[in-house]
Structures are given as structure tokens and as C-alpha cells.
Design a protein around this ligand. Structure first.
Ligand SMILES: [Zn+2]
Length: 363
């Protein structure tokens, strides 16, 4: 910091007490040493000492970087490790293939063409919302910090603030936990997943006017509460990790919610139409399931009426899966895509008693 000051670039260096640090990183393995085989263990930090850590890494390897983070009154360490690629692949790929529609009525609508499954979105934020509001109001009554007026935050303010951020973090943890469970369940039986190329940003954009405004707002809130972006990327990550195929359907080209999975007939549906009822072939199905079917069939190259090429779709695949699944022509492009090697893994640990050994009292 001070280097910038001496060059006349930055602000004058200010004394920073320990509570102004939210963490730091060891860029190479010189400053830290980890005594662990992936579960619990100890962390040796230079100039700080030996600290017990709690947690478990899914995959373990040689530690390369180490980051210490202070969040919500607790210290955490995030360790990057090099993982051998073979560790990540199961011997036998699960054989299932599914299409997934990420919606608002049900968080996920999953189909393999015969069996359908709906996952409801747990409303973690909605459940905790009133608690967060109450705690925030409580916080506002305490003396907040104001640097201009040189007012320090009161002890009660800090305490109240901690309460608020803990509540918010809990919602985040619950959501993450749920996302991982759902993704793990999907991947346990399927190695071929087709889903919409979804841009959450667009979906959460406010409807400008009219009757749809309220509808859109409700959809937005449920989208944000589920964390679809996280859900999608977790499913993708897990599918790719086992060497499966993750197909992203180009929404504008395929129009999953406007297309009949049985005959390919396209018919525009507004958001409030919950049932797919084909006027051409008479196929009746839940709107979201029908959309998931369209995605699955399109990815497999068996959607009637439309081209059967995977061109335009983002396909993540591995050579292992393409040799195992001989899905004829539409799969030919899969092998061309390079396999992304996920070699790095993060292991997050909670530090047990770093408060006492590091000089800073976390107040
Ligand atoms: Zn039809």
C-alpha cells in the first residue's frame, strides 16, 4: 500500500487494525503447511502457528494456494489442491438421459421421456425474510458508524449487524446445500443432461408495464430465491465431472415452451398457460414437462419437425462418454469439443481456534 503512496498514486497509508482485514492469501506454498489427508487436520501458518481445522474435502491432492477469510465472526481457510483427473471419473457411467426445465412453478421439471419428476423450490429466503427484516430494524436502532463524523459503531450495532449477516448467510448455506443435493440426485442416474441455455439476467429483468408486471415480479423473486444460475452450473459441473454430456439448448432456436414434443408443432403460450395442449396431435402434458421433453428430444436429435443437429448448442462432453453412447449422427460433434479438465478443487475448512492464536481479537 505504501508503495503507491510513495509514488504519489494512492492515499496516505492508514493504520489498519486487525478488524479491518477480511482475510489474506498465500500465493505459493511457502507461507503455509497443511497437515491433512483431506479431512479435518491442522494448518501451519508462518508467524501465526498451528491451528486446528474442521471440514472435509471431496477430493484431495497437493495444496497449492491457501486463503484465509474472516466471515461473520468466523475464520475459514480455502485451499486449492491439485487433483489427479482419474480420481474424478467413476468406472461406469450412469446410463440415464434427461431433459430439465428450470421453471418457476416447480423449480425443476425433469423427464427422461417416460417418467417425469418435479422438484419444488424450497423457499429459504421467504421463510427467513421476516427474521432478517426484524434483525435489520433492530440494527437500525443502534449507533451506526460514520467516518466523516468520526463516530464508531457501537458494540450493540456490531452485534446486531453480525446477527443480520448470519441470518443471510444461513439462507445462502441452505440454498447451496439444496442445490448440491438436487444436482447429486440427477447425476447419480444420468450422464446425459439437456437443459435450456438460461440467462438469469434476462429472466429477472423487470416487466415494464401492464398486467404481466406483477406476474413477472413474482417469477423474478422465485427465480432469485432458488438460485437457478447456481443450480445450472452445479448440475453442469457434476455431469462433466463424471464424464457425462451436458447440452445447452439454444432457447430462441428451439423454443422449448412453445413446441410440441410429440409432433414438433409450434404454438405460442403465454406465461399463465400451465398445460401444453397440442392442437395438431392432441398431446396433453404439463407445460414444464413438455418443455423438458422438447429439450431432451432435441438434444438426442429425435425431436419431430426440427433439424437434428447439435449445431448451435453448447455441448460439454468427454471422449469417454462419446465412445460409450452411440447415439448416431447427432452425437458426432461431441467428440470435437475439447474436454475441460477440472484439475483444481477447492477445499473449504473452518478454522477452529485461530482467534486465539492470531493476535487479532475478532470483535
Ligand atoms: Zn403435437
Amino acid at each position: 500500500m505504501s508503495e503507491r503512496w510513495f509514488k504519489g498514486l494512492g492515499k496516505r497509508p492508514r493504520f489498519k487494525s486487525i478488524r479491518h482485514y477480511s482475510g489474506w492469501t498465500y500465493p505459493d506454498s511457502a507461507g503455509f503447511k497443511i497437515e491433512s489427508e483431506g479431512e479435518n487436520g491442522h494448518l501451519n501458518l508462518s508467524k501465526i502457528g498451528r491451528i486446528q481445522m474442521r471440514g472435509q474435502a471431496k477430493y484431495w491432492g497437493k495444496p497449492t494456494t491457501c486463503t484465509i477469510v474472516y466471515r461473520n465472526g468466523k475464520w475459514y481457510v480455502s485451499i486449492t489442491v491439485n487433483v489427479l483427473e482419474q480420481v474424478l471419473k467413476p468406472d461406469i457411467l450412469p446410463v440415464g438421459a434427461v431433459g430439465i426445465d428450470l421453471g418457476c412453478k416447480s423449480a425443476l421439471s425433469i423427464t427422461d421421456g417416460e417418467n417425469h419428476q418435479l422438484f419444488d423450490a424450497p423457499k429459504f429466503l421467504k421463510k427467513a425474510e421476516h427474521l432478517i427484516k426484524k434483525a435489520s430494524i433492530d440494527k437500525r436502532r443502534k449507533r451506526a458508524p460514520n467516518r466523516k463524523k468520526k463516530i464508531k459503531a457501537s458494540r450493540r450495532f456490531k452485534k446486531a449487524q453480525l446477527k443480520v449477516s448470519k441470518l443471510i448467510q444461513k439462507v445462502g448455506n441452505q440454498r447451496q446445500n439444496w442445490v448440491h443435493q438436487v444436482a447429486a440426485e440427477i447425476v447419480s442416474g444420468n450422464s446425459f443432461v439437456a437443459t435450456e441455455k438460461l440467462e438469469v439476467k434476462n429472466m429477472t429483468r423487470k416487466a415494464k408495464k401492464g398486467k404481466r408486471k406483477k406476474q413477472k415480479a413474482g417469477l423474478n423473486k422465485s427465480i432469485l430465491d432458488v438460485g437457478f444460475g447456481m443450480l445450472r452450473s452445479t448440475i453442469k459441473y457434476k455431469v462433466e465431472q463424471i464424464g457425462g454430456v451436458f447440452v445447452e439448448i439454444p432457447t430462441r432456436q428451439v423454443k422449448p415452451s412453445q413446441t410440441c414434443p410429440k409432433c414438433g408443432h409450434q404454438h405460442k403460450k403465454t406465461l399463465d398457460v400451465r398445460v401444453h395442449n397440442c392442437s395438431v396431435c392432441g398431446y396433453i402434458q404439463d407445460r414444464d414437462i413438455a418443455a423438458a421433453e422438447v429439450m431432451l428430444y432435441w438434444a438426442k436429435g429425435i425431436l419431430p419437425g426440427l433439424g437434428t443437429s447439435l449445431e448451435g448448442a453448447d455441448v460439454a462432453s468427454s471422449t469417454a462418454s462419446t465412445t460409450k453412447r452411440k447415439q448416431a449422427g447427432s452425437m458426432r460433434q461431441l467428440g470435437q469439443k475439447k474436454r475441460q479438465k477440472s484439475q483444481s478443487n477447492f477445499a473449504n475448512y473452518k478454522l477452529e481456534d485461530v482467534e486465539t492464536s492470531s493476535s487479532g481479537e475478532a470483535s
